[in-house]
Design a protein around this ligand. Sequence first.
Ligand SMILES: *[C@@H]1O[C@H](CO)[C@@H](O)[C@H](O)[C@H]1NC(C)=O
Length: 309
Amino acid sequence: ALENRALGSGWLGGKRRSPLQMLYDLDKGPGSPLAELHRQRRDLLRRACERHTRRQRLLQPEDLRHVLVDDAHGLLYCYVPKVACTNWKRVLLALRGYAHGDPSAIPAHEAHAPGRLPSLADFSPAEVNRRLRAYLAFLFVREPFERLASAYRNKFTRPYHAAFQRRFGTRIVRRLRPSAHPDAAGPRHDVRFAEFLAYLLDPRTQREEPFNEHWERAHALCHPCRLRYDVVGKFETLAEDSAFVLGLAGAPDLRFPPPPPRAQMAATREHAARLFRDISPFYQQRLFDLYKMDFLLFNYSAPSYLRLH
Ligand SMILES: *[C@@H]1O[C@H](CO)[C@@H](O)[C@H](O)[C@H]1NC(C)=O
């Protein structure tokens, strides 16, 4: 059914340029500053991949779980939690006609409902390859430590994530506070940032299971050195970068939900800096090493508050 819809949608029949073709046109045409900016980001990503990745294992279908597919428009979107992914899922649903095309009218739980948007992991290898070749692939990234601070704040300091706190908070507290009562199973609102980081840096954590997607590194969720990404959007320039993608998708009128006001963004940044500044240089260094690939691949410099040697 997906296949039929894609074939009937116009651009595969040659009536309209696909988003990927639109990007090629922009790249060939007379200097569009935005296209140039995105070309530079792609080049930087490619060079960083060449420089910093060693031989890699073969991708398995499950590795593509985060890449969402829009066959009607020819888009692949790899979602990274804490980087406006709820809004991008809303936008992809709106593109499919949900909520009369108004992303802001789609409740968050609807946007995240499993199966609403097909994932590349659900297709056969041939079908995956066809889409990888023909579709515009994009992702949105964010300064890694700000993203981490945002995940911590959202999941461990807000009472409405009780299930999350039970699942991870209990585990973290049990491991890091040996004297805590062994069957302390109630929701944990009190996981300290330092405890959260110690849990991340504990080798047992990743041996037991992959990181939860909220703090897993963007490169491990989206495999930007294995898959070709055409647009690397950034949280820091969310409005412009989203408009760029929507323009390529032939939906320039679709309104991406407005990002938080500038003052709030600055406060979030300051909050992250405050959290990390209090961490010992030893942990800062190890944490930076853990997230280093995201810094390198997406051109984020080491934050000035880090005391690295
Ligand atoms: C990378 O970051 C530096 C420093 O912020 C900036 O000057 C440069 O334009 C960026 N390059 C790309 C390709 O984004």
